[in-house]
Design a protein around this ligand. Structure first.
Ligand code: 5AD
Length: 438
């Protein structure tokens, strides 16, 4: 099983290498010594993560070569747009027409798109988002594995089912050995190239301990590691980066400071944003975004959330519906519908058409059984699989009945690959973002 296509190094200049993938050239940032033209490598998120022997790479490439171009054909067919479509509101038509021609919508225009309800306009909106994804990023789809290492959390976020509100929840904390072993299995046995390690804000681990875990994983595997342990402080982020973490998954949840204050007692939006900004400066790849459908949240807030994600220079946009958990203060709130989520994904693509990875989140998959297919056809190009040991997964109850809660990783892989194939997508990381040297 393989979630990346090997690339062939064409040239190396300082830390930047030019990589060839079936005739397409991409840049990647290299930290491996002695890499030279002609070598085969795997890249993830714009980083060279591993050099691989030529015979191995050539064997994989020969298998991919046939399917790769077939998949691209399917993708192109599914991404065609009829701009003459009838019954579209003329203002929406104009915004979408310009977006299709490379002009990004303003925030007001995004709001205008989010406010539309009619099926004709929405269908075209989603199609244009899909068209832009195809045109700029081809059929690559990013597949990350997420490992939820602890559900202890000292925070009291009003929406979250593992927050301190949920007194009856039984808590678990994986030992460093368990974490390393699950990560190594995900990479060695299942072929994951990028892993997210996530937990609540758990004082039970010291940052140095987490750094140690990351160091050990990096010694044993070439995986690209994202951390998602909440607000570990700027020094904490530095320690994790030094240990080998290269990505940070941290949502700002909502860009509206008043709403943020309401749902995060004692916390400030600015502190979170400071983490995100400093992390970017340190060289982290950023995955961020927010919740859709918090009580009191407006569509204007959502348009602001999308802009903020872009301003934070997110590598990946992570937006999902808020799903009420009965053991929290927001337990009685009704969740948004599928269309609201699709609109946010599509608008994200319109404002970051060239490079963004846009995730279909597990929360969206929990809200709708069609989330992946519809999301991937509305601008998204990224999915995650849950690699947390099944015995712990249920306890990571940020919201109830999470999608894939009981599914072994083999089943998730099978279903994911089969869906991606049906849409003509290749589980690859061809869409490397050019990194500024950290
Ligand atoms: N519904 C949807 N997403 C949630 N999260 C936490 N609680 C919920 C919920 N009830 C999300 C937050 C957090 C991520 C780890 O989980 O956005 O950043």
């Amino acid at each position: 099983m393989c979630y990346a296509i090997p690339g062939r190094v064409k040239s190396v200049r300082d830390k930047t290498v030019l990589v060839d993938y079936f005739g397409e050239e991409k840049k990647a940032y290299n930290e491996i010594d002695g890499l030279s033209a002609g070598d085969y490598i795997y890249a993830q998120g714009g980083y060279v993560i591993e050099k691989i022997p030529a015979p191995e790479a050539e064997a994989i490439l020969s298998v991919w070569k046939e399917t790769f171009f077939e998949l691209q054909e399917v993708d192109v067919l599914l991404s065609r747009v009829d701009l003459e479509a009838k019954g579209i509101d003329p203002r929406v038509g104009r915004i979408l027409d310009r977006a299709a021609n490379g002009r990004k919508p303003s925030k007001d225009e995004v709001l205008e798109l989010l406010n539309h309800e009619d099926t004709g306009s929405l269908t075209l909106f989603f199609k244009i988002a899909n068209f832009l994804r195809q045109k700029n990023l081809k059929n690559s789809c990013c597949v990350h594995g997420i490992l939820e290492i602890s559900n202890y959390c000292s925070e009291s976020c009003a929406y979250c089912g593992i927050s301190s509100h949920h007194r009856g929840l039984s808590r678990y904390r994986m030992s460093p050995e368990e974490i390393v072993s699950a990560a190594c299995e995900a990479v060695g046995k299942y072929g994951f190239k990028a892993l997210v390690l996530q937990s609540g804000e758990d004082a039970g681990y010291r940052v140095e301990e987490l750094a140690g875990v990351i160091r050990t994983i990096k010694e044993k595997t070439p995986a690209l590691i994202f951390v998602s342990f909440g607000e570990v402080g700027i020094q904490g982020l530095e320690k994790l980066y030094q240990a080998g973490a290269r990505g940070l998954l941290m949502r700002f949840e909502t860009s509206n400071p008043e709403l943020y204050g309401r749902f995060h007692p004692g916390a400030k939006l600015e502190t979170r944003l400071e983490h995100l900004r400093k992390a970017y400066e340190m060289g982290y790849m950023i995955i961020t975004g927010g919740l859709i459908g918090l009580p009191g949240q407006t569509r204007k807030d959502l348009a602001d959330d999308i802009s903020l994600t872009r301003d934070l220079r997110a590598e990946m946009y992570s937006f999902g519906p808020f799903l009420p958990h009965p053991e929290t203060p927001l337990g009685e709130v009704l969740p948004v519908g599928e269309t609201e989520v699709l609109k946010v994904l599509a608008a994200s693509r319109l404002i970051d058409p060239l490079e963004a990875k846009i995730l279909v989140t597990t929360a969206f998959e929990t809200l709708s059984s069609e989330a992946r297919r519809k999301g991937l056809l509305a601008g998204a190009n990224s999915v995650m699989m849950n690699i947390t040991p099944v015995e712990y997964r249920r306890q990571y109850a940020i919201y109830p009945n999470r999608a894939w809660e009981n599914d072994l990783i083999e089943k998730q892989i099978e279903e994911t690959i089969s869906l991606l194939r049906s849409l003509g997508r290749a589980p690859t990381d061809l869409s490397v973002r050019e990194k500024s040297n950290p």
